[in-house]
Design a protein around this ligand. Structure first.
Ligand code: ADP
Ligand code: MG
Length: 292
């Protein structure tokens, strides 16, 4: 393609809300064989809502939500926001958090009213040696409904199982179908648990799922796909996604995501609508006259 054609292509991209930050990205996009999508905030809206809460060990629903919401006060995770909002909707006054520690990919630890509260994934509870037996059926059921089960414990004892649901963005399923129709393999990458990830993937039409990936391992997973000889695009929105965006042949950042992700992207999807990727791939192929 001539420099003029590339300029025209870049301009058309901007008109459809796709910004090419790197000159080579427009060309590379048409050569991509695998598109890897982050789940939370990329395929989904990234604004989960609390849907279920089951207390254990004699705690009341009220007490469980109060303690968990208090523990989540200083967390920046979208799950924390969902839990805080549920407490707020019930008009709860939350106790102060004396100490707080976020453990990326696992959950958090907080001191509330002199008690130690842990909140997070099942693997976090297992790591801490907290007994979560008797929750399997409930957790399986929640996960199959595409909800993310969260565990909470007080002083080492199971307090509650909570679930949050994060709906798919409009256009995610359509974008996945269109990419597949172009012969592009689509995969999903997430820190969420295997069964929830599978349920979301089913809804959106993705077969290849990489779940329970720790934040610092996302780039490694992209590298692994590249070592299969593929040109890989990674699409993400979070702070944790920046290394994977940099590692990919084309890093596509969600424009409504974190600044750190946007800075790491070669391409920015301004509105976050994944159908923009499909348009951009088609634009690349047209600009470089690759046969579609
Ligand atoms: P993702 O970006 O895919 O949600 P993360 O690595 O941020 O992945 O989190 C992985 C898992 O760790 C979450 O699904 C949740 O189970 C647990 N987790 C992390 N932070 C928190 C938190 N603040 N509260 C509850 N659970 C959390
Ligand atoms: Mg995300």
């Amino acid at each position: 393609a001539t420099p003029t054609a590339i300029m025209v292509g870049t301009g058309k991209g901007a008109e459809m809300g796709v910004l090419f930050r790197k000159g080579t990205a427009l060309e590379m996009l048409g050569k991509v064989q695998t598109v890897v999508l982050d789940k939370t905030g990329t395929l989904t809206k990234g604004r989960p809502e609390l849907t279920d809460l089951k207390p254990f060990n004699g705690f009341s629903e009220e007490e469980a939500l109060r303690l968990v919401a208090a523990a989540e006060q200083k967390s920046e995770h979208p799950i924390a926001e969902a839990i805080r909002q549920a407490a707020e909707a019930r008009g709860m006054t939350l106790p102060e958090v004396a100490a707080f520690e976020a453990i990326p990919g696992f959950g958090l630890k907080a001191e509330v009213e002199g008690r130690t509260v842990h909140v997070g994934a099942d693997r976090y509870m297992k790591k801490l040696g907290i007994d979560i037996s008797g929750t399997e059926a409930l957790v399986g059921e929640l996960s199959d409904q595409a909800k993310t089960p969260i565990f909470a414990a007080v002083d080492g004892k199971l307090l509650a199982v909570i679930a949050v649901a994060d709906p798919l963005k409009e256009g995610s399923a359509e974008a996945v179908a269109a990419l597949k129709a172009m012969g592009i393999e689509v995969a999903m990458l997430t820190g969420d648990n295997q069964r929830t990830a599978q349920a979301i993937a089913r809804q959106v039409g993705i077969e290849r799922v990489l779940a329970e990936v720790l934040p610092d391992q996302k780039a490694e997973e992209v590298k692994r796909l590249q070592s299969e000889g593929k040109k890989v695009a990674f699409v993400g929105d979070g702070i944790n996604d920046a290394p994977a965006l940099a590692q990919a042949d084309v890093g596509i950042a969600i424009g409504t995501g974190t600044d750190i992700a946007i800075e790491a992207g070669d391409v920015i999807l301004m509105s976050g609508d994944l159908r923009g990727i499909v348009n951009a791939v088609a634009l690349s192929k047209r600009t470089f006259r690759t046969i579609v």
